[in-house]
Ligand binder design. Structure first.
Ligand SMILES: [Zn+2]
Length: 278
C-alpha cells in the first residue's frame, strides 16, 4: 500500500500530444515557428523573412481574381496510361484522392482589375507539378480560349519538368503549348508568365520563359537541370545564388520579382498597359 497505490501522475506532455500536427509551421528559411493560421492569413508568406511557401492552385486564383469572377474550365480531363507504365494509373488515382486535383494544372477565366484573362495555375502537390499530356492539353485549351475570346493569358509555373511516365507524349506538350502561344501573340494579346518555386525542366524550356512579361516570386528556383547535374556536366563551380529568381533577374531572363502581396495590383497594372484598347 502507501505511496505505491497512488494513481499515476498525468504526463505533463499529454496536452501537447493532443495538439493538431499542423498548428505550427517552421519557416525553412529563417527557422521561425509560425502559427499556421497566421501564415494562411498572410498569403503563405513568412512575416519574418518573406519566404514564400508553396501555394495551391485555388488559393492563387483567390489571390488575384476580382471578386466573384473566377470560373474554372476543363474540369474533366484526367491522364490515361498510354505507355502502360508500371503503377502509373494507381499513382495518379491516389494523387487525385489525396489532393482533390485532377492533374497538376487548374485553368479558369476571370477578371483582374476589370481585364478579361484566362489563367492556368500549376500545382506542385500533384506529381511534383510534372507536365504530362493533361497539363499540356489544359494549358493549350486555356491559351486557345484566351485567343478566341480576346483575353490575356497568365500561366503560373511550378514544375519538376516533363512527366517521364508519359514519355514522348509529355515532351510533345512543349511544342504544342508554344504553338498556341504564338497564335495568341499574333492576335496582339498579352501573355504574362509567372515563375513560382520551383520551375524546372521542360516547363522552363517551353512556355514559362517566353512571356511578353516574365515575373517571379522572390527566391524561387528557376532552371533546366538541377545544380548538381550542371556542375557535373560543366566541371565548373557554380556562382552564388545560381538558379534563383534574383540571379535570373540580374542576368535578364525575367523582368521583375514581385512579392505575393503586391501581385494582384501589379498584374492589374501590366494588363492595363498591354491589353488592346477596344
Ligand atoms: Zn522565415
Amino acid at each position: 500500500m502507501g505511496i505505491f497505490d497512488k494513481p499515476r501522475l498525468k504526463r505533463a506532455s499529454k496536452g501537447r500530444d493532443n495538439l493538431p500536427d499542423d498548428l505550427w509551421t517552421k519557416c525553412p528559411d529563417c527557422g521561425e515557428l509560425l502559427h499556421t493560421l497566421d501564415l494562411k492569413q498572410n498569403d503563405l508568406v513568412c512575416p519574418n523573412c518573406f519566404h514564400h511557401f508553396l501555394m495551391g492552385a485555388y488559393d492563387r486564383f483567390k489571390l488575384i481574381a476580382d471578386e466573384d469572377t473566377f470560373e474554372e474550365t476543363e474540369t474533366d480531363l484526367i491522364s490515361t496510361n498510354p505507355l502502360g507504365f508500371s503503377h502509373y494509373s494507381q499513382k495518379t488515382e491516389l494523387l487525385r484522392t489525396k489532393t482533390g486535383l485532377k492533374d497538376a494544372v487548374v485553368t479558369g477565366k476571370m477578371k483582374i482589375g476589370g481585364n478579361p484573362v484566362m489563367v492556368a495555375v500549376m500545382d506542385f502537390k500533384f506529381f511534383a507539378g510534372s507536365m504530362g499530356s493533361v497539363v499540356g492539353e489544359k494549358i493549350t485549351r486555356a491559351i486557345e480560349q484566351a485567343t478566341a475570346e480576346k483575353r490575356a493569358i497568365l500561366i503560373f509555373s511550378s514544375s519538376s519538368g516533363a512527366r517521364m511516365q508519359e514519355g514522348m507524349l509529355s515532351l510533345m506538350q512543349m511544342a504544342k503549348t508554344c504553338g498556341a502561344l504564338a497564335l495568341h501573340s499574333e492576335a496582339k494579346l498579352p501573355y504574362i508568365s509567372i515563375f513560382t518555386h520551383p520551375t524546372t525542366g521542360g516547363v522552363t524550356a517551353s512556355y514559362a520563359t517566353i512571356g511578353d512579361i516574365n515575373i517571379a516570386e522572390p527566391k524561387c528556383m528557376i532552371g533546366f537541370a538541377g545544380p548538381r547535374v550542371v556542375k557535373e556536366t560543366t566541371h565548373q563551380d557554380l556562382p552564388p545564388g545560381f538558379q534563383t529568381a534574383e540571379f535570373m533577374l540580374d542576368h535578364g531572363l525575367i523582368d521583375a520579382i514581385i512579392q505575393r502581396r503586391d501581385l494582384r495590383r501589379k498584374l492589374s497594372q501590366y494588363l492595363d498597359y498591354t491589353m488592346p484598347q477596344s
